[in-house]
Design a binder for this molecule. Structure first.
Ligand code: MF3
Ligand code: CO
Length: 252
């Protein structure tokens, strides 16, 4: 069941996602060669508490940390550890909050120092796929139009789209209906209506789309160990167009 949000609820979701984006900014500023992903997790934990919110991922289905930090061939759900980031790495940083009874969720892939041209192009393509997907989040379109926009953008650059993870509705729960695949499935999916709030999150890879989950039960990485990038915003479907929650002016 897709829950339609009232304008008052969307205002709260805006605040939730403002906190998420502020924390991502704060963490992103600390990404540099030599930092451990556990240090980044501690920064996020402090930053979210200082804002009177809670880290939504911590304890979710037993997830042990506040942040997800997915390095290079890791796609999503990398668990912060004593691993030190190195110059040239790319790290997906995914963060969610719970605040005033609602959730926020966003992610970005950050460069560690100077990265190679291939890595930069992969990240830029994930960001562009997200912008194209957001542009498709308008009333009258279907969920499948969001999916197609992502797939088209990624595949035009020769990249593949991860199939095992999806975007999702978001509200009182971190994961609500509808699921939002990042590739066009045969069913075009539910029609988009004003008041839907969607966490749109393209995950793409430089090689194949197949993933495997590491021994820790969480970290998903590409089977062929090719680089992967992830970008996510929570977006409200508005009568006058998509509103990117937590961003001034609502567009990116
Ligand atoms: N942004 C991801 C998602 O929406 C992160 C979830 S991590 C988890 O699915 F720990 F909460 F599972
Ligand atoms: Co999400």
């Amino acid at each position: 069941m897709i829950v339609i949000k009232t304008p008052a609820e969307i205002d709260i979701l805006r605040e939730c996602n403002r906190i998420v984006l502020e924390v991502l900014d704060e963490v992103g500023r600390r990404v540099q060669p030599g930092v451990t992903t556990l240090e980044l997790d501690a920064i996020a934990g402090r930053a979210v508490r200082r804002r009177g919110a809670e880290a939504a991922f911590k304890g979710y289905r037993g997830y042990p940390k506040s942040l997800c930090t997915s390095v290079n061939e890791e796609v999503v759900h990398g668990i912060p550890s004593h691993r030190r980031l190195r110059e040239g790495d790319i790290v997906g940083i995914d963060f969610g909050v719970r605040y005033r009874g609602y959730c926020g969720d966003a992610a970005r892939t950050v460069r560690v120092g100077r990265v190679g041209g291939g890595a930069a192009r992969l990240i830029e393509t994930a960001e562009r796929a997200l912008r194209e997907a957001i542009a498709a989040a308008v009333p009258g379109n279907r969920v499948g139009d969001i999916s197609s926009a992502i797939q088209r953008t990624a595949e035009a650059e020769g990249y593949s789209v991860i199939r095992d993870f999806v975007g999702h509705g978001i509200g009182r729960d971190l994961h609500e209906d509808p699921q939002i695949p990042n590739y066009a499935a045969s069913e075009r999916g539910p029609r988009l209506r004003p008041g839907m709030v969607l966490a749109i999150e393209p995950m793409i890879a430089a090689g194949g789309w197949e993933v495997e989950v590491a021994e820790n039960g969480w970290t998903a990485r590409t089977k062929d160990r090719s680089l992967s990038a992830h970008a996510e915003y929570s977006v409200a479907v508005g009568g006058a167009g998509p509103v990117v929650l937590g961003v001034d002016g609502g567009s990116v």
